[in-house]
Design a protein around this ligand. Structure first.
Ligand code: UGY
Ligand code: MN
Length: 241
């Protein structure tokens, strides 16, 4: 038997061939895979939720965690005490800490959720709920390379302690150097394929794979194949260590 999944102390590649769902009280009609979590040493969690039935429930209580929901495919309606919004393919929602919410989707909807304890910043209000569509967010060349385009989904504002970005590479494009940084990443391959360097390892990766990069995990990516390689990732930002 074989799996591409690798779990190390400073990084992990989690391939769909090994996914096993979790059960949570009150959640039904969906499948939830906790792909990354503090149980592996991360400072955040990354869930993949797939809606299986018309009658389903996915809910998050009001606690110290902020959440970002990204709809990879399908439709989702997010409800909270004072509002609601509808997301479709590429839609995203930011829920500040203290916001209880539910997500209702059509059958087959795939959502990624980032969940992390929010770190307040003196002098700044906790951000309000916010949502948008990634296909309306301008892509910028990464460090001047128009073949490696970056979209920044959340506002660049010190009140946010998390960035959620989409990186899209033309085949053959690469990260320009092996990055080593304090910021942690949780990543989902949205399209295409490539080779991810994590510490001293080079992994073939493809659509559907998730990756955890702990702080200071040396990282590099090269896109290969016939179609652009895209990934969604989160990054902790704007707070002194
Ligand atoms: O934002 C980043 O740190 C990004 N360049 N890292 C990555 O794609 N692995
Ligand atoms: Mn990085």
């Amino acid at each position: 038997m074989h799996t591409r999944t690798r779990i190390h102390t400073r990084h992990a590649l989690i391939a769909p061939d090994g996914y096993v769902p979790s059960a949570f009280p009150g959640w039904f009609g969906m499948t939830c895979f906790v792909l990354i979590s503090p149980a592996m040493g991360a400072n955040f969690s990354q869930f993949l939720i797939v809606i299986d039935a018309l009658d389903h429930h996915v809910g998050f209580a009001a606690d110290a965690n902020e959440h970002v929901i990204y709809v990879e495919k399908g439709d989702a309606v997010i409800h909270w005490a004072h509002g609601q919004c509808t997301l479709s393919d590429g839609g995203f929602f930011f829920a500040p800490p203290g916001l209880a919410m539910t997500a209702k989707g059509t059958v087959g909807t795939r959502m990624t959720v980032y969940r992390k304890v929010y770190q307040p910043l003196e002098g700044y209000e906790i951000p309000q709920p916010l949502w948008g569509e990634s296909n309306k967010i301008k892509a910028e060349p990464f460090l001047g390379n128009p073949r490696a385009m970056l979209q920044t989904l959340l506002p660049i504002d010190p009140a946010f302690d998390m960035a959620v970005n989409i990186f899209t590479y033309e085949p053959g494009a690469t990260l320009p150097f092996v990055e080593t940084h304090i910021m942690e990443h949780g990543l989902l391959m949205l399209s295409g394929q490539g080779v991810y360097r994590l510490e001293e390892n080079y992994y073939p990766v493809q659509q559907g794979d998730a990756i955890w990069m702990a702080p200071y995990c040396p990282q590099w990516f090269a896109a290969i194949g016939d179609v652009p390689a895209g990934y969604l990732y989160h990054k902790d930002i704007h707070r002194l260590p």
